[in-house]
Design a protein around this ligand. Structure first.
Ligand code: PHE
Ligand code: ZN
Length: 876
């Protein structure tokens, strides 16, 4: 096999032929499914006559081919590993093909495959070519008519996109259903499901009065776990009507839960397919976080019906057009339905840990990449989350009203089309009258901009000068960076009053909370009539996806933590304060000096514990120390052990100093009411569980009793999981082992709960974590072909920083062994799993060498394009 080659955005051309209508017939069989396709094709008006027809197709056994009813002879077409080519075709014609495929052998989970006995499909990005020969690219949009034939007894339910129009029985105990989807769509939105499924049904009436039937299809044992997804779906439908004026456009909307799925979920037209982990919930099996994730993903996939399906992407370089916009939409929805400040804190703390790391590593890429080898590798945090941050900046730049007019324009103008990021931003520019040319650089430039800020107060004149300098570090293939247009929301907090001061910039009154625009490499902003010396509160709400450096003293940070009017920045001040203290302790640990806790941090936390807030979820976030991963992100060179020791030391010091406060907070936030995934309860539970984690960090006797009791009381999974985690992660085997055993036995039948059981064990800091991974890989509930299991066991272990980064290299070796095996079974998952090894530059020499050796060992294998691309970048 030759080396996989990159494709380039600049090579884009419309397809030579487009498909106006697609008729498919599936005759389902695990080992030999027959797929008949009848494509109605015509020459693309922008392409010349006489060009050959080229169709994508992989792993298909061609059984028959005809054009306009005439079978083609073997010399009239060419088959390659990548597809089918017919040299001479008419201007308009009908192509009939028949192929055979083997769903039961499909472990890559792309195309048509089997999961727990049912048949299902995954076609984004390029899975449809494993189902039939087709121009498998998003700018070919056709209406579909699909007939599914299957065994009547084992496959009673036969689903596809659109509306069912005909059904009946067939000889040999078989039956069929025909589905019609009137909305033209690209092949990546095609879906088929067949199995022994049960449904939960509900109804929704759109604002204009259309009656929509809502169905969630699951295996029988999961019938009790769909309520939350259904309620979330209805809330999302209403929200999109009220917020964007977008209604649903078919009579039927279906969700199916499948156990084997590479990603979270998929927005196929009218037939969303979900990883069961992203849709099923029950108070006893799912945590608050899982309930919120389900709500967000259900909304995300539903919102794609407009941002993605009705208006789709011209090519896969534009992926963020649909994903960035849709993530932004689901973030706003979740903020509206939950605690908005805590939602933002969660988004940003995840973003700054994971996306910043991606942007600083060897696989860094722009939100719109200009080339790729395997598009499956580009479903990244950069495309999704940074893409969403860019859309959020746009919303903030032009204001919600202009943004909404721009969105209306975009949906109206491009309905039924496949378009580009310029088309989207262009609508925003038109609707707002703003020049967004410089802003567009956010899409083409990789890397995280860093801003150095410096401020000075001139007492005599009441003037505050703020100097901002921006630079974006080089990323692979992009050595030189240009200045970006960066919106910075800020306030000046008066040190006497603790209040936001009035802002006057260049003679213009901006209120007390304003956005300034950094466009140059360096810019000075002079605020006049500043009545008192301020502490600047910069980048409020994380108004741009950048790293902002300002030489805050610890006193400044404690002040902002107490007084900033922006909740997000209050939280961030606490994080910065903790990071400064952690820096000292990391240094102390490395130098073998005794660690001393900064009393200012203790006092700041004491004050937090004394505040009487009604947003408990925010308080819980404020009491949460930066994660080891985020601390590592701040260090020039990652010292895994020093970071772990320093963080533990801070946590234990706080627990010792504030033990009674944590106990009080715990008691004050116990709930007896029946479980509900509602913001108030969630806030109380988080606060209580944070308090418990402090008490357990010092293995406080009373804390241990509370944890044990919380575990045994078995009130809801949020509490049980936290208690089990704390017991398992304690140093006392007498606490960990009985709880793990009881839990494992109780939930052996429930795969989603067993995933949690796996993760909890392999993330414990004790040195037996690696042995546990090996042991658990032989557990009957584990399977290498199930992505959820791989993530729960292997993926989670790679997040266990002290153990994955063991100095004997055994953690790296284990990961590489699994990647090598998965490279054959499921390349998409293999390529994702290898990520932690690609970050070798961040570590000390000994670890670098060990990590690189494992990457080299992987490179020695016969690699899928997915793993090949990642490994080449990592070793470049
Ligand atoms: N398009 C899906 C989403 O973001 C994600 C996905 C991509 C699922 C590729 C499967 C395969 O909603
Ligand atoms: Zn999406």
């Amino acid at each position: 096999m030759s080396e996989p080659q990159p494709i380039y955005l600049s090579d884009y051309r419309p397809p030579a032929y487009r498909v106006t209508h697609t008729e498919l017939t599936f005759d389902l069989d695990p080992a030999a499914t027959r797929v008949k396709a009848r494509l109605h094709l015509e020459r693309h008006p922008e392409r010349q006559a006489g060009e050959p027809l080229e169709l994508d197709g992989e792993q298909l056994a061609l059984k028959a081919i005809a054009i306009d009813g005439q079978s083609l002879g073997e010399d009239e077409y060419t088959l390659t590993e990548r597809g089918l080519r017919v040299e001479q075709v008419p201007e308009r014609f009908r192509l009939d093909t028949e192929v055979e495929i083997a769903p039961k052998d499909n472990t890559a989970l792309e195309g048509l495959y089997q999961s727990s006995g049912m048949f299902c499909t995954q076609c984004e990005a390029e899975g449809f070519r494993r189902i039939t020969f087709y121009p498998d690219r998003p700018d070919v949009m056709a209406t579909f008519s699909t007939t599914v034939i299957g065994d009547a007894a084992s496959l009673p339910v036969l689903l596809s996109n659109g509306n069912p129009v005909e059904r009946g029985s067939l000889p040999g105990e078989r039956h069929f259903v025909t589905w019609e989807d009137p909305h033209p769509k690209p092949s990546y939105l095609f879906a088929l499901v067949a199995g022994d499924l049960r449904k939960v049904e509900d109804r929704f009436t759109t604002l204009s009065g259309r009656e929509v039937t809502l169905q969630i299809w699951v295996e029988e044992e999961n019938l009790g776990k769909t309520d939350h997804a259904m309620a979330s779906l209805k809330r999302a439908m209403r929200w999109d009507e009220e917020t964007y004026g977008r209604e649903y456009d078919l009579d039927l909307f279906m969700i199916v839960a499948v156990n084997d799925f590479n990603m979270g979920a998929m927005e196929n037209k009218g037939l969303n397919i979900f990883n069961s982990a992203a849709v099923l919930t029950h108070p006893h099996t799912a945590t608050d976080a899982a309930f919120q994730r389900v709500e967000g993903i259900v909304a995300h996939e539903y919102f794609h019906n407009w941002s993605g399906n009705r208006v789709t992407c011209r090519d896969w370089f534009q992926l963020s057009l649909k994903e960035g916009f849709t993530v932004f939409r689901d973030q706003c929805f979740s903020a509206d339905t939950n605690s908005a400040p805590v939602k933002r804190i969660e988004e940003v703390s995840f973003f700054r840990t994971a996306q910043f790391a991606e942007d600083a590593g060897p696989t860094a890429h722009p939100v719109r990449p200009d080339h790729y080898i395997e598009i499956g590798n580009f479903y990244t945090l950069t495309i999704y989350e940074k893409g969403a941050e860019i859309v959020r900046m746009l919303r903030n730049l032009v204001g919600w009203e202009a943004f909404r007019r721009g969105a209306d324009r975009y949906f109206a103008r491009f309905d039924g089309q496949a378009v580009t990021i310029e088309d989207f931003v262009g609508c925003m520019a038109e609707a707002s009258g703003q020049d967004l040319d410089q802003f567009l650089r956010w899409y083409s430039q990789a890397g995280t901009p860093e801003i150095d800020a410096h401020g000075e107060y001139d007492y005599a004149n009441g003037v505050y000068r703020l100097v901002l300098r921006q630079r974006t570090p080089a990323t692979p293939g992009q050595p030189d960076k240009q200045a970006l247009h960066i919106p910075i929301r800020l306030g000046l907090v008066g040190t006497k009053t603790g209040r936001d001061l009035a802002l006057t910039l260049d003679g213009e009154a901006l209120g007390r909370d304003a956005v300034i625009h950094l466009r140059e490499d360096e810019q000075e902003f002079v605020f006049t009539d500043v009545e008192e010396a301020p502490v600047p509160s910069l980048l409020r709400g994380f108004s741009a996806p950048v790293k902002l450096h300002y030489p805050y003293s610890r006193e400044d940070l404690a002040f902002l933590l107490a007084h900033d009017s922006d909740g997000f920045n209050r939280w961030d001040a606490g994080q910065r304060l903790a990071l400064l203290a952690l820096d000292d302790l990391i240094a102390a640990h490395r130098n073998g000096v005794e660690k001393v806790m900064d009393p200012r941090v203790v006092e700041a936390f004491r004050a937090l514990l004394d505040t009487d807030t009604d947003d408990k979820a925010v308080l819980a976030e404020m009491l949460t120390l930066p994660s080891e991963a985020y601390i590592a992100e701040q260090q020039p060179l990652v010292d895994v052990d020093a970071i772990h020791a320093a963080r533990l030391f801070v946590k234990q010091s706080l627990a010792l100093a504030l033990r009674d406060d944590f106990l009080r907070v715990y008691e004050a936030n116990r709930l007896d009411a029946p479980y509900a995934p509602e913001p108030e309860q969630i806030g109380a539970r988080s606060l209580k569980n944070v308090a418990l984690s402090y008490l357990m960090s010092i293995e406080d006797e009373e804390g241990i009793e509370l944890a044990r009791h919380q575990f045994e009381a078995d009130h809801n999974m949020t509490d049980v999981r936290q208690a089990l985690t704390l017991l398992t992660h304690s140093s006392r085997g007498d606490l960990a082992d009985p709880a793990l055993r009881a839990f494992g036995e109780k939930w052996a039948h429930d795969p989603l709960v067993m995933d949690q059981w796996f993760s909890i064990q392999v993330t414990r800091p004790q040195s037996d974590a690696l042995d546990r991974v090996k042991f658990l890989m032989d557990h009957p509930a584990f399977s290498l072909t199930n992505p959820n299991k791989v993530r729960a066991l292997i993926g989670a272990f790679a997040q266990n920083r002290v153990n994955f980064h063991r100095l004997d290299g055994e953690g790296y070796r284990l990961l590489a062994d699994v990647v090598i095996e998965l490279n054959r079974l499921n390349p998409e998952i293999a390529a994702r799993l290898v990520t932690p090894l690609t970050r070798w530059q961040r570590f000390d020499e000994a670890r670098q060498a060990l990590m690189k050796a494992e990457l080299e060992r992987i490179r020695g294998e016969e690699l899928s394009p997915n793993v090949f691309e990642v490994i080449e970048k990592a070793l470049a």
